[in-house]
Design a protein around this ligand. Structure first.
Ligand SMILES: Cc1cn([C@H]2C[C@H](O)[C@@H](COP(=O)(O)OP(=O)(O)O[C@H]3O[C@@H](C)C(=O)[C@@H](O)[C@H]3O)O2)c(=O)[nH]c1=O
Length: 185
């Protein structure tokens, strides 16, 4: 596996090794022992999958607060997404900074997003399947959204009127959120 650092410390692009042959291809999609020396040292406890029918669907920006904060390892197994991580740790030199990485079934890239970051993605094709591992169980009490178009963050999603859930439509700005991440942790 190859790991590429992003501008945000701790947010990593993971490129699995793909073995092609006359049948097709094979890859390890996750290996604890191969990823640990490269910076992914968390213990994943839950696997998630979502399907988005239409291009231009946006899920985010989401996070779980302490004490149920989550790290995530994401991949797109059908179609393509623009995957976004935002540093929302108060006091961080990168506070409100974001990175966007295209993940697709074709490029097989994964994005590791540590706790302390908000996450969201917009679909770049129809029929998008996203799969991800998380290192903390779903905890509705700690589950939070912030506005995808919060001007204090300014993510360039490349789309003006995305398809959103009711929850994401009514999400607060980061400044009005009860987000409790601090830097250093
Ligand atoms: C996230 C989650 C949701 N659910 C339920 C709650 C709800 O009824 C239904 C749909 O939930 P949501 O609308 O929050 O799904 P979604 O908008 O896809 O939420 C996800 O978005 C991406 C961007 C993330 O980063 C994830 O951590 C997660 O927040 O699924 C679970 O049972 N377990 C879970 O782990």
């Amino acid at each position: 596996m190859n790991v590429i650092k992003t501008e945000l410390d701790g947010v990593l692009i993971v490129e699995p090794r793909v073995f092609g042959d006359n049948r097709g291809w094979f890859m390890e999609t996750y290996s604890k022992e191969k990823l640990a020396p490269l910076g992914v040292t968390v213990d994943f406890v839950q696997d998630n999958q979502s399907f988005s029918a239409q291009k231009g669907t946006l899920r985010g920006l989401h996070f779980q607060m302490h004490p149920k904060a989550q790290s995530k390892l994401l991949r797109c197994t059908h179609g393509a997404i623009l995957d976004v991580a935002v540093d929302i740790r108060k006091g961080s030199p990168n506070y409100t900074k974001w990175v966007a990485v295209e993940l697709s079934a074709e490029n097989k890239r994964q994005l590791f997003i540590p706790a302390g970051f908000a996450h969201g993605f917009v679909t770049l094709t129809d029929d998008v399947e996203v799969q991800y591992k998380v290192d903390e169980y779903y905890a509705p009490d700690c589950d939070r959204s912030i506005r995808f178009d919060d001007p204090a963050i300014g993510v360039n999603w490349g789309i003006k009127a995305p398809i959103l859930s009711k929850k994401d439509l009514g999400a607060p700005l980061l400044a009005d959120s009860d987000c409790n991440f601090t830097y250093p942790a």
